[in-house]
Design a protein around this ligand. Sequence first.
Ligand SMILES: Cc1ncc(COP(=O)(O)O)c(C=O)c1O
Length: 273
Amino acid sequence: MVLNAKFLWVQKILKDKKPNCDAMRKNGAEIVPVYSGSQTLVDAVSECMRYWVSNCDTTHMAVGSTVGPNIFIKICAWSTAQISRELIVQLKEEFGGVPKKLKLINCVGGGSSAAGFWNEFIDYNKSQVELVGVEAGGPKNSKLHAAPLTFGSKIGILHGAAQYVIQDKDGQIGETSSISAGLDYPGISPLHCFLKDTKRARYTSASDEEALQAYKLVSKLEDLSPSLEPSHAFAEAIKIAPKLSKDTIICVNSCGDAKKDKAIITKRLGFFR
Ligand SMILES: Cc1ncc(COP(=O)(O)O)c(C=O)c1O
């Protein structure tokens, strides 16, 4: 079966994403630039939904994060859940089982990789397995961010789902900013709103600069070149590690490779590893 896949991406980030686009085109995908709005992730999702409702007789929509109406969240979270099953296998190999003190740190944009990383661990007691979500804190000297859970945004409706969302006093969706295009989303999956409200997960943020410093350290010390999204999670790990007992195990989901962020990392740090 041949599927004609169209990927809607905002034009502003497309120019920095040539390697991704080339790989996707090679597999037969068509990349459709989106020019509307603030040219961030929120506009790509809106445009995707607009296209879908205008062509629903011939089109299925898939969203690359746990956002949008309920079923899309379920499909996405179901497909990423494999990450945590793999992690269980790796924990068994490394420690003989799930450690007594474990912290699972994941970046959170819409929340799909965190939902997948945590899936098998939700029912563990939080004193054993702490779930830590790291949102995009944005540029250090700016009030803009993409961290609705960290900064106490109110509940609103975005892309067909109620969620904590960055908004103005009239409920209009607010502007966001992040060095990481994948985290630059004003809302957050309802799944994570639930995990925050029930206090099962803890949410915090890392600034653009902290993420870059984390990239610098991790790519120097480890055989790893994390993209800017997981660099936010590494920033939190670096922040909390010195305060933890020696028997606490931290797992960070290095959910993306920096190759896609080569242009921006080189521009900001002057090198790329
Ligand atoms: C590598 C990578 N990690 C994380 C994210 C954030 O998305 P989510 O919060 O849905 O995992 C993205 C989004 O594009 C991404 O590209």
